[in-house]
Design a protein around this ligand. Structure first.
Ligand SMILES: [Zn+2]
Length: 332
Protein backbone atom coordinates (compact mmCIF):
# COMPACT_ATOMS: atom_id res chain seq x y z
CA UNK A 1 0.00 0.00 0.00
CA UNK A 2 1.47 3.35 -1.08
CA UNK A 3 0.65 6.40 1.06
CA UNK A 4 1.09 10.03 0.08
CA UNK A 5 2.59 12.71 2.36
CA UNK A 6 -0.77 13.10 4.16
CA UNK A 7 -1.01 9.39 4.84
CA UNK A 8 -3.81 8.84 2.31
CA UNK A 9 -3.65 5.79 0.12
CA UNK A 10 -2.69 7.05 -3.36
CA UNK A 11 -4.84 4.53 -5.26
CA UNK A 12 -7.86 5.52 -3.17
CA UNK A 13 -7.20 9.23 -3.83
CA UNK A 14 -6.96 8.58 -7.56
CA UNK A 15 -10.30 6.77 -7.50
CA UNK A 16 -11.91 9.67 -5.66
CA UNK A 17 -10.47 12.14 -8.17
CA UNK A 18 -11.82 10.08 -11.06
CA UNK A 19 -15.25 9.91 -9.41
CA UNK A 20 -15.27 13.68 -8.84
CA UNK A 21 -14.28 14.25 -12.45
CA UNK A 22 -17.11 11.99 -13.60
CA UNK A 23 -19.62 13.94 -11.48
CA UNK A 24 -18.31 17.22 -12.91
CA UNK A 25 -18.65 15.92 -16.48
CA UNK A 26 -22.18 14.68 -15.85
CA UNK A 27 -23.11 18.04 -14.33
CA UNK A 28 -21.65 19.95 -17.29
CA UNK A 29 -23.53 17.67 -19.69
CA UNK A 30 -26.75 18.21 -17.77
CA UNK A 31 -26.26 22.01 -17.81
CA UNK A 32 -25.62 21.97 -21.57
CA UNK A 33 -28.79 19.95 -22.06
CA UNK A 34 -30.75 22.39 -19.89
CA UNK A 35 -29.50 25.35 -21.95
CA UNK A 36 -30.46 23.53 -25.16
CA UNK A 37 -33.94 22.72 -23.92
CA UNK A 38 -34.41 26.20 -22.54
CA UNK A 39 -34.43 25.62 -18.80
CA UNK A 40 -31.48 27.87 -18.08
CA UNK A 41 -30.77 31.47 -19.00
CA UNK A 42 -28.71 31.95 -22.11
CA UNK A 43 -25.00 32.18 -21.18
CA UNK A 44 -24.83 35.38 -23.25
CA UNK A 45 -27.08 37.19 -20.80
CA UNK A 46 -26.20 38.49 -17.39
CA UNK A 47 -28.96 36.54 -15.62
CA UNK A 48 -28.35 34.42 -12.53
CA UNK A 49 -29.80 30.92 -12.47
CA UNK A 50 -31.57 31.66 -9.18
CA UNK A 51 -33.42 34.74 -10.39
CA UNK A 52 -34.19 33.04 -13.69
CA UNK A 53 -35.66 29.98 -11.98
CA UNK A 54 -37.70 31.94 -9.46
CA UNK A 55 -39.05 34.27 -12.18
CA UNK A 56 -40.04 31.43 -14.51
CA UNK A 57 -41.83 29.68 -11.64
CA UNK A 58 -43.67 32.86 -10.68
CA UNK A 59 -44.59 33.73 -14.27
CA UNK A 60 -45.99 30.26 -14.81
CA UNK A 61 -48.21 30.43 -11.73
CA UNK A 62 -49.29 34.07 -12.30
CA UNK A 63 -52.77 34.84 -13.58
CA UNK A 64 -53.20 38.59 -13.30
CA UNK A 65 -50.15 40.12 -14.95
CA UNK A 66 -49.71 43.80 -15.73
CA UNK A 67 -46.98 44.97 -18.10
CA UNK A 68 -45.73 48.45 -18.85
CA UNK A 69 -44.08 48.63 -22.26
CA UNK A 70 -41.75 51.48 -23.16
CA UNK A 71 -39.44 52.60 -25.95
CA UNK A 72 -36.70 50.11 -25.01
CA UNK A 73 -38.97 47.30 -26.24
CA UNK A 74 -38.76 48.64 -29.79
CA UNK A 75 -35.11 49.74 -29.70
CA UNK A 76 -33.93 46.47 -31.28
CA UNK A 77 -36.43 47.02 -34.10
CA UNK A 78 -34.60 50.27 -34.90
CA UNK A 79 -37.35 52.67 -33.83
CA UNK A 80 -36.06 56.05 -32.74
CA UNK A 81 -38.13 57.38 -29.86
CA UNK A 82 -37.32 61.10 -29.51
CA UNK A 83 -38.95 60.94 -26.09
CA UNK A 84 -35.85 60.66 -23.95
CA UNK A 85 -34.26 63.73 -22.48
CA UNK A 86 -32.17 65.29 -25.21
CA UNK A 87 -34.21 63.60 -27.95
CA UNK A 88 -33.81 65.71 -31.08
CA UNK A 89 -35.23 65.58 -34.57
CA UNK A 90 -33.19 67.76 -36.92
CA UNK A 91 -32.44 70.83 -34.81
CA UNK A 92 -35.68 70.50 -32.82
CA UNK A 93 -35.92 69.33 -29.23
CA UNK A 94 -38.64 66.66 -29.37
CA UNK A 95 -40.22 67.90 -26.14
CA UNK A 96 -40.79 71.26 -27.88
CA UNK A 97 -41.73 69.73 -31.23
CA UNK A 98 -44.31 67.15 -30.18
CA UNK A 99 -46.73 69.71 -28.76
CA UNK A 100 -50.09 71.18 -29.82
CA UNK A 101 -48.44 74.63 -29.92
CA UNK A 102 -45.77 73.51 -32.39
CA UNK A 103 -48.44 71.95 -34.61
CA UNK A 104 -50.55 75.13 -34.57
CA UNK A 105 -47.47 77.18 -35.47
CA UNK A 106 -46.05 74.95 -38.20
CA UNK A 107 -48.27 72.02 -39.26
CA UNK A 108 -46.03 71.40 -42.30
CA UNK A 109 -43.01 70.73 -40.05
CA UNK A 110 -45.00 68.48 -37.70
CA UNK A 111 -46.56 66.48 -40.51
CA UNK A 112 -43.12 65.93 -42.06
CA UNK A 113 -41.87 64.70 -38.68
CA UNK A 114 -44.81 62.32 -38.20
CA UNK A 115 -44.90 61.12 -41.81
CA UNK A 116 -41.21 60.24 -41.39
CA UNK A 117 -41.92 58.37 -38.14
CA UNK A 118 -44.80 56.48 -39.79
CA UNK A 119 -42.44 55.56 -42.62
CA UNK A 120 -39.78 54.23 -40.17
CA UNK A 121 -42.35 52.27 -38.15
CA UNK A 122 -43.83 50.73 -41.32
CA UNK A 123 -40.40 49.55 -42.41
CA UNK A 124 -39.60 48.09 -38.96
CA UNK A 125 -40.44 44.56 -37.93
CA UNK A 126 -41.44 43.40 -34.45
CA UNK A 127 -38.58 41.83 -32.51
CA UNK A 128 -38.57 38.63 -30.43
CA UNK A 129 -39.79 40.45 -27.32
CA UNK A 130 -42.91 41.76 -29.13
CA UNK A 131 -43.62 38.20 -30.27
CA UNK A 132 -42.97 36.66 -26.82
CA UNK A 133 -45.29 39.20 -25.15
CA UNK A 134 -47.99 38.47 -27.74
CA UNK A 135 -47.62 34.77 -26.86
CA UNK A 136 -47.99 35.61 -23.17
CA UNK A 137 -51.18 37.54 -23.96
CA UNK A 138 -52.59 34.59 -25.88
CA UNK A 139 -51.90 32.24 -22.97
CA UNK A 140 -52.87 34.42 -20.00
CA UNK A 141 -56.33 35.87 -20.59
CA UNK A 142 -56.18 38.23 -17.61
CA UNK A 143 -52.91 39.81 -18.74
CA UNK A 144 -52.94 43.52 -19.59
CA UNK A 145 -50.12 45.37 -21.35
CA UNK A 146 -50.02 49.15 -21.04
CA UNK A 147 -47.98 50.37 -23.99
CA UNK A 148 -46.40 53.80 -24.23
CA UNK A 149 -45.23 52.96 -27.75
CA UNK A 150 -46.93 54.46 -30.80
CA UNK A 151 -45.06 52.38 -33.41
CA UNK A 152 -47.69 49.65 -33.87
CA UNK A 153 -45.11 46.86 -33.44
CA UNK A 154 -47.01 45.01 -30.69
CA UNK A 155 -50.07 45.03 -32.96
CA UNK A 156 -47.93 43.79 -35.85
CA UNK A 157 -46.69 40.95 -33.63
CA UNK A 158 -50.37 39.97 -33.25
CA UNK A 159 -50.64 41.02 -29.63
CA UNK A 160 -54.37 40.52 -28.99
CA UNK A 161 -56.04 43.96 -28.72
CA UNK A 162 -58.11 42.81 -25.73
CA UNK A 163 -54.88 42.58 -23.68
CA UNK A 164 -53.27 45.75 -25.00
CA UNK A 165 -53.93 49.31 -23.90
CA UNK A 166 -52.13 52.08 -25.76
CA UNK A 167 -51.67 55.20 -23.65
CA UNK A 168 -49.85 57.50 -26.07
CA UNK A 169 -52.00 56.79 -29.14
CA UNK A 170 -50.70 55.41 -32.42
CA UNK A 171 -48.75 56.78 -35.37
CA UNK A 172 -51.38 55.12 -37.56
CA UNK A 173 -54.39 56.91 -36.09
CA UNK A 174 -55.35 60.42 -37.17
CA UNK A 175 -57.96 62.75 -35.77
CA UNK A 176 -59.55 66.08 -36.63
CA UNK A 177 -58.15 69.26 -35.10
CA UNK A 178 -61.61 70.83 -34.98
CA UNK A 179 -62.82 70.34 -31.39
CA UNK A 180 -66.45 70.22 -32.59
CA UNK A 181 -65.69 67.34 -34.95
CA UNK A 182 -65.16 63.81 -33.64
CA UNK A 183 -63.54 62.36 -36.75
CA UNK A 184 -60.97 59.68 -35.85
CA UNK A 185 -59.43 57.24 -38.29
CA UNK A 186 -57.61 54.17 -36.96
CA UNK A 187 -55.25 51.95 -38.92
CA UNK A 188 -54.26 54.42 -41.63
CA UNK A 189 -51.04 52.88 -43.01
CA UNK A 190 -50.68 55.04 -46.13
CA UNK A 191 -47.04 55.97 -46.79
CA UNK A 192 -46.89 58.84 -47.48
CA UNK A 193 -50.14 59.78 -45.79
CA UNK A 194 -50.73 62.40 -48.53
CA UNK A 195 -48.74 62.78 -51.80
CA UNK A 196 -47.16 66.10 -50.73
CA UNK A 197 -45.39 64.32 -47.85
CA UNK A 198 -43.63 61.78 -50.06
CA UNK A 199 -40.05 61.25 -48.87
CA UNK A 200 -37.42 61.71 -51.54
CA UNK A 201 -34.85 59.00 -52.04
CA UNK A 202 -31.92 61.43 -52.21
CA UNK A 203 -31.51 62.36 -48.60
CA UNK A 204 -32.59 61.50 -45.08
CA UNK A 205 -35.22 63.99 -43.94
CA UNK A 206 -33.84 63.66 -40.37
CA UNK A 207 -30.55 65.21 -41.44
CA UNK A 208 -30.73 68.91 -40.59
CA UNK A 209 -28.16 69.75 -43.28
CA UNK A 210 -30.85 69.35 -45.90
CA UNK A 211 -33.68 71.85 -46.13
CA UNK A 212 -37.25 70.76 -45.42
CA UNK A 213 -40.04 71.48 -47.86
CA UNK A 214 -42.57 74.13 -46.87
CA UNK A 215 -45.77 72.30 -47.68
CA UNK A 216 -48.85 74.48 -48.14
CA UNK A 217 -51.59 73.80 -45.60
CA UNK A 218 -54.04 72.67 -48.29
CA UNK A 219 -51.72 69.80 -49.25
CA UNK A 220 -51.55 68.39 -45.70
CA UNK A 221 -54.05 65.73 -44.50
CA UNK A 222 -57.59 67.09 -44.10
CA UNK A 223 -60.71 65.83 -42.35
CA UNK A 224 -63.15 64.22 -44.82
CA UNK A 225 -66.06 65.42 -42.68
CA UNK A 226 -65.34 69.09 -41.96
CA UNK A 227 -62.21 69.87 -44.06
CA UNK A 228 -60.19 71.01 -41.01
CA UNK A 229 -56.59 69.85 -40.69
CA UNK A 230 -56.03 66.34 -39.43
CA UNK A 231 -53.35 65.61 -36.84
CA UNK A 232 -51.68 62.45 -35.59
CA UNK A 233 -53.80 60.86 -32.84
CA UNK A 234 -50.87 60.64 -30.44
CA UNK A 235 -50.49 62.18 -27.02
CA UNK A 236 -48.21 65.18 -27.28
CA UNK A 237 -46.18 66.69 -24.47
CA UNK A 238 -48.49 68.73 -22.26
CA UNK A 239 -51.59 66.77 -23.30
CA UNK A 240 -53.53 64.47 -20.96
CA UNK A 241 -53.80 60.76 -21.63
CA UNK A 242 -57.06 59.48 -23.11
CA UNK A 243 -59.68 59.21 -20.36
CA UNK A 244 -60.87 55.84 -21.70
CA UNK A 245 -57.33 54.43 -21.47
CA UNK A 246 -56.92 55.53 -17.84
CA UNK A 247 -60.38 54.22 -16.94
CA UNK A 248 -59.65 50.81 -18.43
CA UNK A 249 -56.38 50.49 -16.49
CA UNK A 250 -57.99 51.58 -13.23
CA UNK A 251 -60.83 49.17 -13.80
CA UNK A 252 -58.35 46.33 -14.38
CA UNK A 253 -56.45 47.25 -11.19
CA UNK A 254 -59.71 47.41 -9.20
CA UNK A 255 -60.56 43.79 -9.97
CA UNK A 256 -58.22 42.44 -7.32
CA UNK A 257 -54.84 40.95 -6.56
CA UNK A 258 -52.07 41.44 -9.10
CA UNK A 259 -49.55 38.59 -9.29
CA UNK A 260 -46.84 40.12 -11.42
CA UNK A 261 -45.93 43.53 -12.85
CA UNK A 262 -43.43 43.54 -15.72
CA UNK A 263 -41.70 46.80 -16.58
CA UNK A 264 -40.21 46.49 -20.06
CA UNK A 265 -37.89 48.95 -21.75
CA UNK A 266 -38.69 51.96 -19.64
CA UNK A 267 -37.28 53.53 -16.50
CA UNK A 268 -40.88 54.44 -15.58
CA UNK A 269 -39.87 57.39 -13.50
CA UNK A 270 -42.64 59.73 -14.65
CA UNK A 271 -46.33 59.88 -13.90
CA UNK A 272 -48.50 57.96 -14.60
CA UNK A 273 -46.14 55.05 -15.32
CA UNK A 274 -44.69 55.15 -11.80
CA UNK A 275 -48.23 55.13 -10.37
CA UNK A 276 -49.14 51.87 -12.10
CA UNK A 277 -46.14 50.15 -10.58
CA UNK A 278 -47.02 51.53 -7.17
CA UNK A 279 -50.66 50.42 -7.55
CA UNK A 280 -49.64 46.95 -8.72
CA UNK A 281 -47.31 46.56 -5.76
CA UNK A 282 -50.07 47.58 -3.34
CA UNK A 283 -52.26 44.95 -5.03
CA UNK A 284 -49.65 42.33 -4.16
CA UNK A 285 -47.54 42.19 -7.31
CA UNK A 286 -43.90 41.20 -7.49
CA UNK A 287 -42.06 43.43 -9.96
CA UNK A 288 -39.83 42.27 -12.81
CA UNK A 289 -37.85 44.94 -14.65
CA UNK A 290 -36.42 44.28 -18.13
CA UNK A 291 -34.30 47.27 -19.03
CA UNK A 292 -30.78 48.39 -19.83
CA UNK A 293 -30.71 50.60 -16.75
CA UNK A 294 -31.16 49.36 -13.24
CA UNK A 295 -33.86 51.22 -11.28
CA UNK A 296 -32.87 52.84 -8.01
CA UNK A 297 -33.02 50.74 -4.86
CA UNK A 298 -34.61 53.53 -2.84
CA UNK A 299 -37.71 52.12 -1.19
CA UNK A 300 -39.50 55.46 -1.38
CA UNK A 301 -39.20 55.56 -5.14
CA UNK A 302 -42.11 53.99 -7.01
CA UNK A 303 -39.87 51.36 -8.48
CA UNK A 304 -37.46 50.80 -5.62
CA UNK A 305 -36.88 47.11 -6.18
CA UNK A 306 -37.25 44.79 -3.22
CA UNK A 307 -35.77 41.43 -2.45
CA UNK A 308 -38.63 39.46 -4.02
CA UNK A 309 -38.41 41.47 -7.28
CA UNK A 310 -36.27 40.84 -10.36
CA UNK A 311 -34.06 42.97 -12.54
CA UNK A 312 -33.05 41.50 -15.90
CA UNK A 313 -30.39 43.75 -17.29
CA UNK A 314 -30.04 44.26 -21.04
CA UNK A 315 -32.02 44.70 -24.22
CA UNK A 316 -35.60 43.51 -23.66
CA UNK A 317 -35.49 41.95 -27.14
CA UNK A 318 -33.04 39.42 -25.67
CA UNK A 319 -34.06 39.10 -22.00
CA UNK A 320 -37.85 38.78 -22.54
CA UNK A 321 -37.77 35.83 -24.97
CA UNK A 322 -35.04 34.17 -22.94
CA UNK A 323 -36.96 34.26 -19.67
CA UNK A 324 -40.21 33.20 -21.41
CA UNK A 325 -38.77 30.30 -23.41
CA UNK A 326 -39.43 27.60 -20.84
CA UNK A 327 -43.14 28.37 -20.76
CA UNK A 328 -43.88 29.65 -24.24
CA UNK A 329 -41.17 27.97 -26.26
CA UNK A 330 -38.37 29.59 -28.23
CA UNK A 331 -39.10 32.62 -30.36
CA UNK A 332 -37.12 32.70 -33.59
ZN1 LIG B 1 -63.37 67.21 -38.84
Amino acid sequence: MTLDSHGVEIAKRKRATRAAEEVRKQYAKQQRRKIRTGTLPSPNLNISIDSYTSFVKHLESSTRILALLGAGLSAASGIPTFRDAGGFWREHDATQLATPEAFAKDPSLLWQFYNYRRHCALKAVPNRAHVALAKLAAKKSEYLAISQNIDGLSEQAKHPPRNLQLVHGSLFNVKCTNSDCIFLETGNFADPIVPALELTEQYNISDARFPLKDIPKEDLPHCPKCRSLLRPAVVWFGEPLERSAIDRIHHWLDVGKVDLMMVVGTSATVWPAANYIHAARIAGARIAVFNTEKPGMDDDAAMGLREQDWFFEGDAAATIPDTFKEIFGSVA
